[in-house]
Write a protein that binds this ligand. Sequence first.
Ligand code: GLP
Length: 261
Amino acid sequence: MEVVILPGTEQIAVLVADAIENLLADRPEAVLGLATGSSPLAVYDELARRYDAGRISFARARAFMLDEYVGLPADHPELYRNVIEREIAGRVDFAEGAVQGPDGLAADLPAACAAYERAIAESGGVDLQILGIGTDGHIAFNEPGSSLASRTRIKTLTGQTRRDNARFFDGDVDAVPQHCLTQGLGTIMDAHHLVLVATGENKAEAVRQLVEGPVSATWPATIMQHHQHATVLLDEAAASRLERGEYYRETYATKPEWQGI
Ligand SMILES: N[C@@H]1[C@@H](O)[C@H](O)[C@@H](COP(=O)(O)O)O[C@@H]1O
């Protein structure tokens, strides 16, 4: 796992956008994994800027979302499908239908989860997966206790996640759905490159567990320690509880330039 500590979200966004730009230059038909939440927003802004500048095109790319709420109406602004359309998909040139998410509106939710797993597999798999992390250590919506081998399925959100996400629902915790569909930890681990972004002091404990804690379903993101190509991009506040912070800084500062993230 590579840990990169940077001054702030702008520097993080540039590095992630560089990785995506390089990937699309090599393979215009690459498959991206898109995350919701506030963590990737600066990345999406940077990608939209590069698209506007003619540096990058998503015309042949495809993308899969990590998760979706269950129980929100189709036109709700916080339905993740609508969030992704607003924050990135609708700002660049993805082809019609190229961005998919688990269908939280489906009548048969287990069938929708199975269909989503098939769609990801049939695409050839996700090349680069953008991730955020919850304050309770979740990735996507894999809450503490999630099977480390899980696949896309229905989950119940923890009270902490619902409180954290209430800020997107005018501060009303009761308006945050109790259920969601989420790619499993096993699904996420199949992606070729995991790129996790975390900023702010409120993520520091989850980040400490992710990077330096024992692998455990209690802190689901720790499964990333088993991935062959995982990059964790942090600002100073999110990195503030790491014991080996100096080593990560030194490693990144002396890294050969050709290596990328
Ligand atoms: N399901 C999402 C996750 O994909 C996200 O990474 C996480 C952190 O969110 P934020 O980036 O807003 O802190 O929680 C949300 O609930």
